[in-house]
Design a protein around this ligand. Structure first.
Ligand SMILES: [Zn+2]
Length: 350
């Protein structure tokens, strides 16, 4: 009886202690930091998955930009275990490997630890004529001493309602974000509903330099927070970097496999007479075009359009047009709500 009493007393004492100590982090010795996706566990499965994405990725030109490097190695985790520039590069090299195996052509702004000027990264990307630019980064919070925050986010340029906003880039961001966050088992943060963010969220009206200056379709990934004490350990592990790359690869693979509407100006069906301009565009997509999704701009001004569904033709009729150089822009989505990639075209009228 005496023993039971003593035991009860100890339990009460222990419970009282643990609640008053305010435990903020609980470590478990055999804590699972990550899981290798099932199709990355053996080479046969990996090859099978890569094979599945080949039809969409073969021949696609992807420009990968591992952020920072060389003289820019300032971003480090608190304990110095992780240098952002190095993790960005490791993830990017694994991504290059997966994409190349799927038949894509990969160009990189750097493939080793070297200094590449921010402006030069966009110039290289624009000169490459690639189908997509992906900048790979890792994040840290604004608040000093915050080692708790961690999430995966993918950025696109501008935001809804702005002329610079391209819904096609936002689509790519959604695909990459979903598969990367899933592979890392990270949430997408609370600043957006699905983990994709406008870069105007960080720099209102300007966005990120690499996204603003890059003329080819572009996204920027902040894979996770190197400042987080668990994420820091994972990011320092090459196997985990490979899992991250696999997540990005699968997002891209799914996006390109699905395809997006293509737009072609039909010059022979277009004419410019007495300051009246008629332009005809062919819209093509294996899933069919959503007629309500089409918008057209002439010199940055929204203009009405007519869609002839059985011919997949979009017609623009614009009156009182002066000769000289003009810009026409079309946006369309297919029936699965995947938008066309940025389509802006200069036309010279005589
Ligand atoms: Zn960075």
């Amino acid at each position: 009886m005496k023993n039971i009493l003593l035991f009860s007393f100890l339990i009460i004492l222990f419970t009282a202690c643990s609640t008053s100590e305010k435990i903020v982090t609980k470590y478990v010795s055999d804590c699972i930091y990550y899981e290798i996706p099932t199709d990355l566990r053996d080479e046969t499965q990996t090859e099978k998955s890569i094979e599945y994405y080949k039809p969409g990725l073969t021949g696609k030109k992807i420009f990968i930009d591992p952020g920072h490097g060389g003289s820019d190695r300032r971003n480090k985790s608190e304990n110095g275990v992780v240098v952002e520039a190095d993790v960005n590069l490791r993830v990017s090299l694994y991504l290059r490997d997966f994409l190349t195996r799927a038949g894509a052509v990969v160009i990189m702004s750097r493939d080793k630890d070297e200094t590449v000027d921010l402006k030069y990264r966009s110039e290289l990307a624009n000169e490459s004529g690639a189908d997509l630019f992906i900048s790979v980064h890792h994040n840290s919070p604004g608040k000093v001493g915050d080692n708790w925050t961690n999430y995966t986010s993918t950025f696109y340029h501008a935001k809804e309602g702005y002329y610079q906003y391209e819904p096609g880039e936002h689509d790519i961001a959604k695909f990459v974000q979903r598969d990367l966050a899933y592979a890392m088992r990270n949430p997408g943060g609370l600043g957006s509903f699905d983990g994709t963010y406008s870069d105007f969220w960080i720099y209102p009206g300007d966005g990120f330099s690499v996204l603003r200056k890059t003329e080819i379709p572009a996204i920027l990934i902040e894979c996770g927070f190197h400042s987080n004490r668990v994420e820091e350990i994972r990011l320092a592990d090459e196997q985990f970097n490979k899992i991250q790359a696999w997540g990005i690869f699968k997002g891209l693979g799914k996006y390109f496999r699905l395809g997006s509407p293509t737009i072609t100006l039909l010059q022979e069906k277009s004419k410019f007479v007495n300051r009246n301009l008629e332009l005809n565009f062919l819209l093509e997509d294996k899933n069919g075009i959503d007629p309500l999704s089409i918008s057209a701009y002439f010199d940055s001004v929204l203009v009405s359009n007519t869609f002839i569904e059985d011919q997949n033709l979009v017609k623009l009729n614009i009156e009182n047009v002066n000769s000289g150089e003009h810009e026409v822009r079309i946006i369309a989505a297919n029936k699965q709500n995947i938008h066309s990639l940025p389509y802006k075209r200069k036309i010279i009228l005589k």
